[in-house]
Design a protein around this ligand. Structure first.
Ligand code: AMP
Length: 280
């Protein structure tokens, strides 16, 4: 696996690959890699000649300093995992390499998608995400880029950015990869205490029950039920729960059979924020 720390090195390597008509797949990550990340990389390997994985803990998408500081960093293990799935290129730039001396984000208009759910609770988050993903697209110029449905809103926002800015890249959404007990894999899971980790699968249990209830109960009633379930919980507290239409991400009041709906949840286990979602 080739490892590049600078834009220039990466660009010149990829230019040579493109001259040989190789297709490029990009998988942007923040590291602390797990099987969820690897599932994206494996999918990218099947469709592209060269797979580039970026590891960059992007400061502009964090609205809480402590969350940025405490974000797990495991580059040695990450490198091993990347080699185990035959990743071709790791791009591992410094903050200075990406932002030079101005750590700030561009302002984006994602037609309102950025103000809902995650956007409501993490001010400026999607400007940060848009900034880093657009920068990575400019450096790598990939044919395909891979994003997990774990961050479903992010996936829809990237699709929106590509459409609005007419970027020449195909966005591929990838299914949520879970632990055996149902907890969605996340780099943040390593920060959970023993008790919190034992409690966390409750989140997916709730989502599965929501999926059942959605056949017969109103979204209002379901939303109240979820809030009640978490009110009683000793280790988890609810930040938001919503049932929304997949494209607009607008809250669904009534079920419409021609629309695709999804339930979205954000929960705190102590200081650790966990998100998950399920197709209804
Ligand atoms: P992150 O390193 O958390 O920024 O994630 C990098 C990419 O991996 C994003 O597109 C995530 O949506 C995706 N991802 C993270 N966890 C999972 C998971 N459990 N299943 C599928 N994709 C995931």
């Amino acid at each position: 696996m080739k490892i590049f720390n600078t834009r220039q090195e990466l660009k010149s390597y990829l230019t040579a690959q493109k001259e040989r008509n190789k297709t490029i797949g990009l998988v942007p990550t923040m590291g602390a890699l797990h099987q969820g990340h690897l599932s994206l990389i494996k999918k990218a390997k099947r469709k592209n000649d060269v797979v580039v994985v970026s590891i960059f803990v992007n400061p502009t998408q964090f609205n809480k300093k402590e969350d940025l500081i405490n974000y797990p960093k495991t580059i040695k293990n990450d490198t091993k995992l990347l080699e185990s799935v035959s990743c071709d290129v790791l791009f591992f730039p410094s903050v200075k390499e990406i932002y030079e001396d101005h750590i700030s984000s561009e302002k984006f208009d994602f037609d309102g998608l950025e103000h809902l759910m995650e956007g409501k609770f993490r001010q400026g988050h999607f400007d940060g995400v848009g900034t880093i993903v657009k920068t990575l697209f400019e450096i790598v110029i990939p044919n395909h880029a891979y994003f997990g449905q774990k961050d479903f809103q992010q996936l829809q926002i990237i699709k929106k950015m590509v459409k609005k800015h007419r970027l020449n890249v195909k966005i591929k959404g990838c299914a949520i990869f879970r632990e055996e007990d149902g907890l969605a894999m996340s780099s943040r899971n390593t920060r959970l205490s023993k008790e919190q980790r034992a409690a966390a699968p409750f989140i997916y249990k709730i989502l599965r029950k929501v999926r059942k209830k959605f056949a017969t109960e109103s979204t209002d009633r379901i939303t109240k039920w979820v809030a009640n379930q978490l009110k009683k919980h000793p280790f988890l507290s609810l930040e938001y729960f919503t049932i929304a239409e997949e494209k607009s991400l607008e809250t669904v009041k009534k079920r419409e059979s021609n629309k695709k709906n999804r339930a979205f949840i954000a929960v705190f286990a102590g200081e650790v924020r966990l998100i998950d979602n399920i197709r209804l």
